[in-house]
Design a protein around this ligand. Structure first.
Ligand SMILES: NC(=O)c1ccc[n+]([C@@H]2O[C@H](COP(=O)([O-])OP(=O)(O)OC[C@H]3O[C@@H](n4cnc5c(N)ncnc54)[C@H](O)[C@@H]3O)[C@@H](O)[C@H]2O)c1
Length: 351
């Protein structure tokens, strides 16, 4: 299979990781250009790729066949539309767009143009997440009853020197917990209703520093999610899974999934079930098995999937439309908190 001729828009925190991933997988993708009006090209191993300050000029001059959009959220829609207009396939970082209205516009443009699209919910490519999905689908836990998820860590104070991070949209719900909400949709099914509460009691910024959410899924499963960037704990997917080298490994699980026949901790992948087959009940012994799966860098697995999506028509793991549903469920946590009532989702799609 031919490598993708790929360009990256935005060479910030996550753009750098995409550039490194492309450079590490020459059989999968060739980096043909990077566009960023501010970053310093000398800081990157570009392997001969061109550097542009202007994204539009780069697209028209280099004509890449695929693009990774790793720019601030408010640029995702316009840059996605630029790709659609030019027939360029794209992977856009999460959240798919800054608003639901923009997500609708981009979904329509993708459908009209036929451009292949993917949203960077890279956590779905973690081997432990895939194994959890396989176990759930095969019924290893019985019927899924409930899930409990924590994302709790303390961001350093200078993280908030960048002013957008103190404003609505820059908080742990849309930056971090959106990955957990996407993972809950992956493991538990589509969200039927959402309740939420947000607090800014610790940092006093306009944006939340802590949020609590309650999810109801189509299959009747219920889940709770707590996220905070103001509390110090070992319980984030990043610390438990090795997925991000910047997070020291805690080896702790952030997810507990509970089914009628057993339970699962993630990302440690510890499976709890009856010590004696079919001896299930609160007066019966329960035992844990640590399951092992080989670690794969999720950004590398995502890039390989992007190549197959473009070359072989593999269905997208998270399309723009699917990313919009994750955004809907995430924003509903904040809306529910503001309105003081639970919100039903996707009613039109169900009727
Ligand atoms: N998948 C993940 O785990 C993950 C992690 C972090 C960020 N993200 C997402 O990635 C995106 C970028 O986040 P970040 O933390 O890397 O931000 P960042 O601020 O570190 O980087 C953004 C870069 O985009 C550049 N830029 C601004 N305008 C541009 C334009 N018109 N054309 C090209 N480049 C432009 C900026 O100069 C900057 O270098 C956001 O959508 C964010 O939510 C995803």
């Amino acid at each position: 299979m031919k490598p993708l001729r790929i360009a990256v828009l935005g060479a910030g925190l996550v753009g750098r990781r995409h550039i490194q991933t492309i450079r590490a997988l020459p059989m999968v993708a060739e980096l043909v250009a990077v566009a960023d009006p501010v970053a310093d090209p000398a800081q990157f191993d570009l392997g001969g790729a061109g550097w542009f300050a202007d994204s539009r000029q780069m697209l028209d001059q280099i004509k890449p066949e695929a693009v990774i959009i790793a720019t601030p959220n408010n640029l995702h829609v316009s840059q996605g539309l630029m790709c659609c207009e030019r027939g360029i396939h794209f992977l856009v970082e999460k959240p798919v767009t800054a608003s639901l209205r923009e997500a609708q516009v981009l979904t329509r443009a993708c459908a009209d143009s036929g451009v292949k699209n993917l949203v960077g919910h890279h956590r779905r490519y973690l081997s432990v997440a895939r194994e959890a999905k396989r176990l759930i689908d095969e019924g290893a836990l019985g019927a899924l009853v409930a899930a409990s998820v924590l994302w709790a860590t303390r961001k350093p104070d200078d993280y908030f020197d960048t002013s957008w991070r103190t404003q609505p949209g820059g908080g742990p719900l849309l930056i971090n917990a959106i990955h957990e909400i996407d993972m809950l949709r992956y493991l538990c099914g589509e969200v039927r209703s959402v309740g939420g509460l947000a607090s800014h009691a610790r940092r006093h910024f306009a944006v939340e520093d802590t949020a609590a959410a309650l999810f109801e899924f189509d299959n009747g499963c219920l889940a709770t999610l707590i996220c905070t960037d103001a509390g110090f704990s070992p319980w984030t997917m990043e610390q438990g899974s090795l997925e991000n080298p910047r997070f020291p490994h805690s080896g702790q699980s952030a997810y507990r999934l509970v089914g009628t026949r057993g339970s699962l901790e993630l990302p440690v992948l510890r499976h709890w079930c009856a010590s004696l087959p079919d001896e299930i009940g609160w007066d019966r012994s329960i035992a844990a098995t640590n399951l092992a799966v080989a670690y794969r860098d999720p950004f590398q697995a995502q890039l390989e999937h992007f190549q197959r999506l473009v070359r072989l028509d593999e269905p997208p793991v998270v399309s723009v439309r699917d990313g919009a549903n994750t955004l809907t469920a995430t924003l509903a946590v904040l809306q529910s908190g503001r309105e003081g009532r639970r919100r039903s989702l996707f009613e039109k799609e169900r009727s």
